[in-house]
Design a binder for this molecule. Sequence first.
Ligand code: SD4
Length: 336
Amino acid sequence: MKRRDFIKNASLTGVGLAIGSSLINCDEAVSDKTTEQNNKAIHDLYGLPLVVATWHVKNATAKAMEILQAGGNALDAVEQGCRVEEANEKDQTVGKGGLPDREGNVTLDASIMDKHGNCGSVVYLQNITHAVSVARKVMEDTPHVMLAGEGAKQFAISKGFEPEDLLTEASKDAWEKWKVEAKYKPIINIENHDTIGMLAIDKNGDISGACTTSGLAYKLAGRVGDSPIIGSGLFIDNEIGGCVATGLGEEVVKTVGSFLVVELMRQGKSPQQACEEAISRIVNKPNSNYKNFQVGYVAVNKKGETGCYSIHQWFSITKYQDGVNAQIQSDYYNKA
Ligand code: SD4
């Protein structure tokens, strides 16, 4: 088999371009083998498949990896992985049990993006737990990218999603306590569990990503964050890599964070360097008040390399690669 065919078989053209010399060596090793053996060789070489997500979400990454190991694609993996946290009522930042806005309404934002650059999202969705799956339906069953509010909810119901009350007793109690002082201070991500953004590379080397959140707790009614905005909370370019964001969405939107990270990788930066540069764009703005908020990025490139970086300490990611599902503390900017 010629090197070019080998690359094509493995669906990893981007990787081939990036590390051509490794593939030449690899070429020798796999020249007389079947496609299946070739694919295995390339998976071993790049540690594929892999899943990476914001925060400590081992059950979610385990679900996604189960799908990838069974030969499923990255799109199914990220959707199913995110659904685990959406259904987890103890996670007060995602899906059912999410903290409400200041009026007591739980409103969800979610997005999903596939290897072709197709994407779908929902904003200000109420009464539907699995916002990420509604986003996927928007992507696959409509000519649109984004549906909002009541329209998104009615669309979900028309697709068979069951409406339900998303405000759990625990989140209602937290809201009641917040109302006593009703201070609107958007300090988020100081706690160690938050919005889930997930990226996966499947056995074919294809990348997809998803993001789902109840957004900033006690936000103004109608507020939408970065998570459903393609290019801000999530961006995938199957030739290059992908990125997801967590933290104060307004700051991510202002710098089009996830798109920026992917474009920096296109220019040759590693995922780690790209995440660090995107954080530096936020903290180095004139009059940046970055000490008062958190933003974190996690990125993956076509070679299966990952990176993450945040403004403050305590951002973590969960990575499932080479049989290890581990929480990893992110490096951060503000060491003062
Ligand atoms: C938002 N970025 O709505 C989301 C919230 C978040 O960690 O990620 N929290 O702004």
